[in-house]
Design a protein around this ligand. Structure first.
Ligand code: ZN
Length: 192
């Protein structure tokens, strides 16, 4: 599935190449996936957004975090395994991805509750990644909601994301402010 362009961790020469390889790996693994919504947005857009938000928050000084942002949904949403990520990107990046990965064997309500409970105990970098993820999701849902979701379901999702973010606060002031703005817009659109 991986083309000859993807290198294993001991072949990656520097941080710029690391981020390019992570983006390429994500593009290959998420190929054909779309975001929820009516605009047919490629799933890759979400990964690019999360990476860009984390780069903004960290002023571009944390290449491993940016690589992890590109990869953060590979275990959850593709056939990628933890072992593969370790082989291609090493244990530091894999650990960050795992901090942002739900146990997909559990029902959704249980996964949501675990995210709320575990948010305060995440590492600083995982907190930045997860706030970037929630910011991307709430903004996208507000701009382009799925026809399959009622306004109340959208509001419920946004308010759950807000509770998760409340447990992640303190490490990402730029993204926390952006999230607050996104919540204002979500309430304006979906609240009765
Ligand atoms: Zn995500």
């Amino acid at each position: 599935m991986i083309s000859a362009l993807s290198h294993r961790k001991d072949e990656i020469v520097n941080e710029l190449e690391l981020i390019c390889q992570a983006a390429l790996f994500a593009a290959q693994r998420h190929q054909g996936q779309k975001r929820r919504g009516e605009m047919d947005t490629p799933y890759l857009n979400h990964l690019a957004e999360v990476a860009a938000y984390a780069a903004l928050e960290t002023k571009g000084c944390d290449a491993a975090l940016i690589a992890a942002c590109w990869l953060h949904d590979t275990i959850e949403d593709t056939a990628t395994t933890r072992q593969e990520l370790e082989e291609y990107f090493g244990s530091e990046i894999t650990g960050l991805v795992l901090e942002a990965t739900d146990d997909m064997n559990l029902p959704e309500a249980e996964r949501r509750r675990i995210q709320e409970d575990e948010a305060p105990h995440k590492s600083t970098r995982a907190k930045i990644l997860k706030i970037a993820d929630k910011l991307s999701n709430v903004r996208k849902m507000t701009e382009d909601p799925s026809a399959a979701w009622s306004p109340q379901q959208c509001l419920d999702y946004a308010e759950w994301a807000e509770r998760v973010v409340s447990g992640l606060r303190g490490k990402a002031p730029v993204l926390e402010a952006k999230f607050d703005t996104a919540m204002t817009l979500a309430r304006r659109r979906f609240a009765p």
